[in-house]
Design a protein around this ligand. Structure first.
Ligand code: WT7
Length: 655
């Protein structure tokens, strides 16, 4: 917790630079004032001015806590908003995506190119039997076809569910099955640090137990020839090459007229149980949120080159690599691979080559860049950069200062953006032409949001520490959890009985004397490892599936680069001896079950786990042990000696 204390001593502030303000589109507080006076009217104005509707809504908001609907009666199509309206203008030949593969492959797709590709693929999906409301799984590397597949779904009213390519076959299977997806779009492989990620092979394993999937479309990413046989065994009748289907596809496809409240996509995220939640986003409200925040937070202009480094498998990739930028007609850089491949200056090389003006990445990456050294950045001309963004976890002031000085040349404002898969769009963030920033603080809520700090009894707090809640609905909020509306109510709106109107974000936060927000991280059993959300229960469930494991408890421990790393405390079954090999085996077992992002850093074997007399595992104590802190109060433990011996073991293993 010393980090947090340090955060709150932070007194440096940075006013937006003069040169930035001179050109910025938002330089006054008018939007906050208008939104505060009448939030519904303000959002309605954003919806009217930023989105094209087929029929206007008849009611802005229907809020029956916690059930919400926005822009009732309004109809639109998201793909039309992202493509058709631009190809009607000079933007037709503007680059939508400037893509680089890790292996150096390059492609640029103009808005026209993307439009044609999306229409064709929409027709392909229709031919495969996909109808309005059907679910389509997308399991791809970061290639333009990922955006094509998403937009093609949006065009015909199908609901996409993108699964990050780093997830295991089993994780993919669970998600396809939960959504009852009809079609899966994958690739023969993708590149990561020079290795091929065998997506099709993973998909084949997932499809063995996902009977709802009738067709699998395979994008060819690997060089033709060898790839066919080794990475993509095509099963007759079920599997189809993307490029073959596209060859004769009709480039004309009318966009389906969708209701504002129709589902646009499902995106699975970890929660406090072993089962990931399918977060459901709407068509109208989501687009309004993504497009408004894209413009406000990133001060987006037509001559910008915007690079969001997130994968489409995460919400950041949905809102700020695809929907937000395209709805605004922006040019986006998309890069498939790792930041240190082939060298540690790959990102800066990309920034220079493509003339990136706005760069949006995660603190875990920034900390790695900082560690690798300034010279990698110094090798490249980054003078076109004008704005930097951060997302995914709290950024420590040291990393913030480094980002500003070394990457931003002391001239680019930093927007530290707090939001969640559930919020769909950025909630707390500086507006770069207005906000004075403090290193490590996400500053203030954007216009239109009602963020409230509360204590454990839901009493409003004006400053100090507490829990982050949102007291009024916002357009891009999640609508439900796929197939489990009760879990939606229970997870987000039932922490305080009698307050079904209060959205509980799951984060702890502090408000300082100047009214700045400092996000302290999750207060539930959810970890944030390198900006990725992982449930402790998910990892525990994976561990106990191993025949050697009787019981497991998983906690987060502080990690210099990743923010948090996973530490697992494991009790073995009677007669199974602990060994270094078993420890490695368990780490790999979890990685294979969930995906490499969930691989525990530490596995500690223990004859017992510290439990209360009622049998609850005391994670707090395990966290103390994993972080090497003095043990907190142990008086409620059934057997206090357990934890002392665990601590001893842990420390001897570390050294
Ligand atoms: C959780 C949401 C939002 C896209 C990426 C993650 C943490 C996110 C920040 C930030 C401090 C942050 C929170 C939040 N988080 N952004 N700028 N400062 N913490 O999406 O996987 O849904 O995770 O990430 O703990 O609850 P996600």
């Amino acid at each position: 917790m010393s980090e947090i204390a340090a955060l709150l001593d932070e007194t440096r502030t940075f006013a937006p630079g003069e040169a930035f303000v001179r050109e910025a589109q938002v330089t006054t507080r008018a939007a906050w004032e208008a939104a505060a006076a009448d939030p519904e009217a303000w959002w309605a104005e954003q919806a009217r001015s930023r989105v094209e509707w087929h029929t206007p809504w008849t009611q802005v908001l229907d809020w029956q806590p916690p059930r919400v609907r926005w822009f009732l009666g309004g109809t639109l199509n998201v793909a039309e908003n992202c493509l058709d309206r631009h190809v009607r203008t000079w933007r037709r030949n503007k680059a939508a995506f400037v893509w680089e593969g890790e292996n150096g492959d390059r492609r640029t797709l103009t808005y026209w190119d993307l439009y044609v590709e999306v229409c064709k693929f929409a027709n392909v999906l229709k031919q495969l039997g996909v109808r309005r409301g059907d679910r389509v799984g997308i399991y791809l590397p970061l290639v333009p076809e990922a955006a094509v597949a998403m937009l093609a779904c949006a065009r015909i009213g199908a609901i996409h569910s993108v699964v990050f390519g780093g997830f295991s076959p089993e994780s993919l299977r669970d998600r396809l099955d939960d959504a009852q997806a009809k079609v899966l779009v994958t690739a023969d492989g993708g590149y990561r640090r020079g290795q091929v990620v065998p997506l099709k092979r993973n998909a084949d394993r997932a499809l063995e137990a996902a009977p709802s999937v009738q067709h699998c479309v395979v994008v060819r990413r690997l060089p033709a020839g060898a790839a066919d046989e080794s990475f993509a065994e095509m099963r007759d009748g079920r599997d189809h090459w993307y490029h073959r289907l596209m060859q004769h596809a009709d480039p004309h496809c009318d966009a389906a007229v969708m209701d504002a409240e129709d589902e646009l996509f499902i995106l699975y995220t970890s929660g406090t149980t072993g089962k990931p939640k399918g977060i459901v986003h709407s068509t109208g409200g989501y687009l309004v949120g993504a497009t408004t925040t894209m413009q406000l937070v990133f001060d987006l202009r037509d001559d910008d080159v915007f690079w969001c480094t997130a994968d489409v498998g995460w919400i950041t990739g949905h809102s700020y690599l695809v929907y937000g930028p395209l709805a605004n007609g922006a040019t986006c850089v998309m890069y498939e691979g790792a930041p240190d491949w082939p060298e540690r200056d790959r990102f800066w090389q990309l920034c220079e080559r493509h003339g990136v003006t706005i760069f949006y990445t995660a603190p875990t990456a920034i900390r790695a860049f900082m560690k690798w050294g300034d010279h990698h950045v110094g090798k490249h001309d980054l003078s076109r950069l004008r704005l930097l963004g951060s997302v995914g976890e709290p950024i420590n002031p040291e990393a913030w200062m480094w980002y500003r000085r070394v990457v931003g040349g002391d001239r680019c404002p930093i927007v530290d953006t707090w939001w969640q898969t559930e919020t769909g769009a950025i909630v707390i963030s500086p507006v770069p032409g207005v906000t004075h920033t403090k290193p490590g603080s996400a500053t203030h809520p954007l216009p239109g949001y009602a963020v409230q700090l509360v204590d454990a009894q839901a009493n409003a707090l004006a400053k100090g520490g507490g829990l982050l809640t949102i007291t009024r609905p916002w357009p891009s909020m999640l609508r439900t959890i796929w197939g489990d509306h009760a879990r939606y109510e229970q997870t987000y709106f039932s922490k305080w009985p009698g307050r079904p109107d209060l959205y509980f974000a799951g984060d702890g936060a502090k408000l300082d004397d100047d009214g700045y927000w400092w996000i302290l991280g999750r207060v539930d059993d959810v970890l944030n490892v390198a900006g990725h959300r992982i449930g402790t229960m998910e990892v525990e469930s994976a561990l106990v599936e191993h025949p050697a494991v009787a019981e497991a408890a998983v906690v987060g421990k502080h990690h210099e680069l990743k923010g948090q790393a996973i530490a697992a405390f494991v009790t073995l079954r009677e007669g199974v001896p602990a060994s270094g090999e078993l420890r490695d085996e368990l780490r790999e077992f979890v990685a294979a079950k969930i995906g490499a992002i969930a691989r525990p850093d530490d596995v500690l074997f223990s004859a017992d786990l510290p439990k209360t007399r009622s049998g609850k595992i005391m994670r707090r104590l395990l966290r103390d042990i994993a972080d090497g802190r003095a043990l907190g109060d142990t008086t409620t433990l059934a057997d206090p000696s357990v934890v002392a011996s665990l601590k001893e073991q842990y420390e001897s293993q570390e050294s």
